[in-house]
Write a protein that binds this ligand. Structure first.
Ligand code: SF4
Length: 325
């Protein structure tokens, strides 16, 4: 008997899934995916209606990173053909925010900088940028993704007007050393804890499709749930030639929907973001992620392109969803 509606009822009543049920969610047969997404949509709709939050990324510093994250085109070991540049100027970062709001209808602007972590000088520069942006766009949600960070650095960004810090756990603790050797899972957890200690909203999720097992996805999902993360980006690996994971197979839509459904059942009221790799892996079917996720990125990712804002708006509205303003 299908139990998806029962899981939805439980999530709506404040309950959760057992590990066995979570495994069953990830093993949903292809012919039952429609029933799964019907059920998970009830959970999504209760918290977020049909609203879709548009997020725009700005890669404010690219490449030249000393770390070796195997999925990343900007790492020390990547030979991918990307443009590398130092931290952008205030005018350029401001312009990115203006385009995100006026051009893409974004609710959230995420500034991402390559590197192990920010220097205090980086933080000062970004804090100045944030103050400048917030004075003209007070309703724009500002998120920073700058690598490993101390509580004091997070506090300075918060004082400037940033609300969120992104730092993804990416996968399970067990699998982590298979995708990065220059820092540890614990380093990542400590950054998330520092963000919480600073009184900011946390944004942390993972990447599906790096060669992890079902057990790793379950571990990641329950770790994210236990950390009570506010905003959860679920990325689907876009394999980039020149990175160690450049030959990984793409992720099938069914797996994407099972995974997003699991994160929604475990985090009924949280911001679930169908993030990087959506377009690459799911193509024209990527609208189906909206049954579980309430947020997507438009206008591309760090070093890969994505859906234009115009196409994303059309996709959202033609499938009965609405853009969050
Ligand atoms: S993910 Fe971040 S820390 Fe890792 S290699 Fe890429 S830019 Fe560096």
């Amino acid at each position: 008997m299908l139990r998806y509606q029962e899981w939805a009822d439980r999530a709506l009543a404040g309950g959760t899934l057992s590990r066995e049920e979570a495994r069953a969610c990830l093993q949903t047969p292809a012919e039952n995916i429609g029933a799964l997404t019907d059920a998970v949509f009830r959970v999504r709709e209760a918290a977020w209606g049909r609203r879709v939050k548009i997020c725009v990324l700005n890669n404010v510093r690219s490449g030249l990173c000393p770390e070796d994250c195997f999925y990343c085109s900007q790492s020390n070991i990547s030979t991918a053909d990307i443009s590398a540049y130092p931290l952008k100027t205030m005018a350029s970062i401001y312009r990115g925010a203006e385009e995100a709001v006026r051009g893409a209808g974004a609710r959230r602007y995420c500034m991402v900088a390559s590197g192990r972590g920010p220097t205090d000088r980086d933080i000062e520069h970004l804090a100045d940028c944030i103050r400048n942006i917030k004075s003209d766009f007070p309703d724009l949600e500002i998120c920073c993704s700058l690598g490993l960070m101390r509580e004091s650095q997070a506090r300075r960004l918060k004082d400037a007007g940033a609300g969120w810090i992104n730092h993804n756990l990416n996968t399970s603790e067990r699998f982590y050393s298979s995708v990065c050797t220059t820092h540890t899972y614990q380093d990542r957890i400590e950054t998330v804890q520092a963000v919480k200690a600073a009184g900011m909203h946390t944004c942390s999720g993972g990447i599906i499709g790096m060669g992890e097992t079902e057990r790793d996805v379950l571990d990641l999902a329950f770790t994210i749930q236990s950390l009570d993360i506010d905003s959860i980006p679920v990325n689907f690996l876009h394999p980039i030639r020149g990175t160690p994971l450049g030959d990984q197979p793409s992720t099938r839509l069914e797996m994407g929907l099972r995974t997003l459904s699991l994160f929604r059942f475990l985090n009924p009221r949280k911001d679930i973001r169908a993030a990087g790799g959506r377009e690459f892996n799911f193509g024209a079917d990527s609208y189906r992620v909206l049954y579980a996720a309430n947020s997507i990125f438009v206008e591309g990712y760090l070093t890969t392109s994505g859906q234009t804002a115009e196409d994303a708006h059309r996709m959202i509205e033609s499938h009965g969803f609405e853009i969050e303003h």
